[in-house]
Design a binder for this molecule. Structure first.
Ligand code: MN
Length: 479
């Protein structure tokens, strides 16, 4: 990694910011002179890599500068004021924010752990860019984890899996997410990691030609239908993803998205036409179709997924989306804002609150728990664990993501406090179900309310699973 390489990348998407980023590099380099990484390399290699990861996400100027400077307050004599003077208030706040998320190579003390994690979680609300820098920091540290002791390796890997992977998912940074997963597995279960990796590499090699042929056939057909500008990429599932599937009892050959083709086209309508083309050429398996374009995931991921029988009857997943949707899927949240100018932080905050259920829930939980240990365990329980998807209907049908284990009560409050407060029961897949029914994936649900109901009973507090429902029940009961 060199500064030239970074500047080249910046020049590709943000040419007018090259000078300021060079200035930040020179400043950081001078300050870190004489410091070294455990690998023996000069320290500046680390912030440089962090900045590069951020630039790959097409992060704004302030974020990339802060990436270069992220360790100078902690490790050199530079102060927040120095940074503000040289690079502006925004960069200074970002570096300060990252510094305050205390160093994560943590002691074995449970309490300190919870405090650190608590800070990371609250930091997401402060300015999401702080967390994005922290993610890039963690990614580079995970890439260079071989220089740490085996104990630290396992500790860092586990924490990465529990905290940073879900954050990467929620901000939609899929590339970072899958790399972090694989790196974690490599240190947590080295033998299994190697085994899967070898098999995966072999499959990749054996199928490369056939997949490329499929790609050419599809591309030719798309042209016939007038879709001239398309790009198709071949991809293999990440090692951690395969590991999870095997763990659930699947055989390698049953994993429907082990091999996939990603088709990018110009327009939304082209996506559906491309889907027609794919199904015309290859027979789809019917229960594997997902339209995340009409129903984007809560992290804004949009794409059509279908699985078809490709050459030799092999399962191949095909993902279809526009170039724009693909940008969001690769870079995540950072693509949403034109954030080079001053008001970025507030714009982001508002945008996040209105569009991201994850962000709203996070704000709720933070407001409710002042104790770090409880905060962390609640966030893990509520946001970083498995979800179910249900279809809620009140005339129209909407898909809603709920925490696994949620009850009808949680769903009702999620939809609106009024519905929660007048809830009496529900129809689940056409049958009556009580308020404490546990939501299952793909349930079709209609809520039954009654204006004359007594309102939420106090024992609902023990039944409800989400902080939001509990809060509203308490409010109703005047507590
Ligand atoms: Mn660092």
């Amino acid at each position: 990694m060199t500064i030239e390489k970074l500047l080249e990348l910046i020049n590709d998407y943000n040419p007018e910011e090259v000078d300021i980023i060079k200035k930040a590099y020179d400043y950081a380099e001078r300050l870190h002179t004489g410091q070294f990484r455990q690998s023996g390399e000069p320290y500046i290699i680390h912030p440089l890599n962090v900045a590069y990861i951020l630039a790959e996400l097409h992060a704004d100027r302030d974020t990339v500068c802060a990436g270069l400077l992220h360790d100078v307050i902690e490790d050199t004599e530079a102060t927040k004021e120095d940074i503000a003077e040289l690079f502006g208030k925004n960069v200074a706040n970002l570096v300060d924010g990252v510094t305050k998320l205390a160093k994560m190579n943590f002691s074995s003390k449970e309490e300190e752990n919870a405090a650190n994690t608590g800070k990371i979680i609250t930091g997401i609300i402060e300015d999401i860019r702080i967390i994005i820098i922290k993610l890039a920091d963690r990614l580079h540290n995970m890439r260079t984890l071989e220089y740490k002791s085996p104990f630290k390796q396992k500790e860092n890997a586990l924490e990465t899996l529990e905290i940073f992977v879900p954050i990467a998912y929620y901000i939609g940074a899929y590339r970072i997410k899958s790399e972090l997963e694989d790196l974690s597995l490599r240190y947590l279960k080295p033998e299994i990691y190697q085994q899967i990796k070898e098999k995966r590499d072999k499959i990749e090699k054996n199928n490369k030609d056939s997949l490329n042929e499929m790609k050419n056939i599809i591309q030719a057909k798309l042209k016939e239908y007038g879709i001239d500008h398309s790009e198709i990429k071949v991809r293999t599932k990440n090692i951690y993803g395969i590991y999870k599937k095997l763990n659930e009892g699947n055989r390698l050959s049953d994993i429907h998205d082990l091999l996939s083709l990603k088709i990018c086209v110009e327009k939304r309508s082209d996506c559906y036409q491309a889907l027609g083309v794919v199904h015309e050429l290859y027979k789809p398996i019917n229960n594997r179709f997902k339209d995340y374009i009409s129903e984007p995931k809560t992290n804004k991921y949009s794409s059509i997924h279908t699985t078809v029988f490709g050459y030799d009857g092999r399962l191949v997943q095909v993902q279809i989306r526009t170039f724009e949707m693909d940008k969001v899927a690769s870079f995540g949240l950072t693509t949403h804002w034109d954030i080079n100018k001053g008001e970025a932080r507030n714009t982001m905050k508002q945008d996040l609150k209105s569009k991201y259920q994850f962000y709203r829930s996070l704000a709720e939980i933070i407001a409710m728990y002042s104790d770090n240990g409880k905060l962390v365990s609640q966030v893990k329980k509520e946001l970083f664990s498995d979800n179910v998807y249900i279809n809620y209907s009140n005339g129209d049908t909407t898909q809603i993501q709920m925490l696994k284990g949620s009850k009808i009560i949680d769903l009702a409050y999620q939809i609106s406090p009024d519905i929660g407060n007048t809830l009496v029961g529900a129809y689940v897949n056409g049958e009556y179900a009580p308020v404490d029914y546990t939501l299952q994936n793909k349930d079709r649900i209609k809520i039954i309310t009654d204006e004359l109901s007594y309102g939420p009973r106090e024992d609902w507090l023990d039944i409800a699973k989400t902080s939001y429902a509990k809060k509203k029940i308490r409010e109703f009961n005047g507590k």
